[in-house]
Design a protein around this ligand. Structure first.
Ligand SMILES: Nc1ncnc2c1ncn2[C@@H]1O[C@H](COP(=O)(O)OP(=O)(O)O)[C@@H](O)[C@H]1O
Ligand SMILES: [Mg+2]
Length: 226
């Protein structure tokens, strides 16, 4: 089987003034269709950096990200925009728009893409139902619990029907009981909707829900059984 996402000798060095910070030191990762991978590592190990590079939100210092067989550094702006529609991103701090209702937050990517109001409303309602928030659609983010806000963020990430879901510490800011519910939902999306998932976390319990766990320490990756 061919990988759908692959990183080859991926390196990222930030400059802090004149001091280089080697956040990633040559990451080789292969992700296959239908995978659910957890990248487990302590704070500062390079997890967010890796996820941002895979999601084309940032550029590597060295090395490549290949998605669906294409080196993403060769894409122009239009092609990148198209690629980003295939990728749903869930952030640690939800990043919901405070003024908008749950429904409007989920609709937002479709609003930006110019989808008609009736169509985007229908699609957003479907997604909110999948994440179990059909009775919270009119609520603003501040009127929702942390777990509910994260479910809105997951619904928003899925609204374009992405093939890939990238999740940065999706349970980092919610209690452990709610985290377990969120992980149940993520598992279901992988198993029933066939979404390929790459999740990064510092939480062993969360990582254990994935089909495959890889470890990252100081910007270096280690597979589970090696
Ligand atoms: N914009 C930046 N400028 C300088 N250093 C950064 C920047 N972003 C992250 N780093 C550093 O890179 C390393 C990896 O960070 P990050 O990928 O955020 O780790 P994690 O998500 O695992 O906590 C850390 O040492 C962090 O301080
Ligand atoms: Mg991080």
């Amino acid at each position: 089987m061919k990988p759908v996402v692959e990183t080859i000798n991926l390196k990222k060095t930030y400059m802090l003034g004149k001091v280089p910070v080697h956040a990633l030191r040559g990451i080789n990762l292969k992700v296959y269709p239908g995978d659910f991978i957890a990248v487990l590592g302590p704070s500062g190990s390079g997890k967010s950096t890796l996820l941002n590079l895979i999601g084309a939100l940032d550029k590597p210092t060295e090395g490549k990200v290949i998605i669906d067989g294409i080196d993403i550094s060769t894409l122009n702006e239009d092609q990148l925009a198209e690629l980003r529609r295939k990728i749903g991103f869930v952030f640690q701090f939800f990043n919901l728009i405070p003024r908008l209702s749950a429904l409007e937050n989920v609709e937002l990517p479709l609003t930006i893409a110019g989808v008609s109001k009736s169509e985007r409303r229908k699609r957003a309602m479907e997604l909110l139902k999948i994440v179990g928030l059909e009775d919270r659609m009119k609520h603003k983010p501040t009127e929702l619990s942390g777990g509910e806000q994260q479910r809105v963020a997951i619904a928003r990430a899925l609204v374009n029907n992405p093939r890939y879901l990238l999740m940065d510490e999706p349970t980092g800011n919610i209690d452990s009981k709610t985290a377990a519910e969120i992980m149940k939902l993520v598992k279901k999306l992988n198993e029933e909707e066939g979404v390929t998932i790459i999740l990064v976390t510092h939480d062993q319990f969360v990582a254990n829900q994935a089909k495959r766990v890889v470890y990252i320490v100081d910007g270096v990756l280690k597979e589970e059984n090696t």
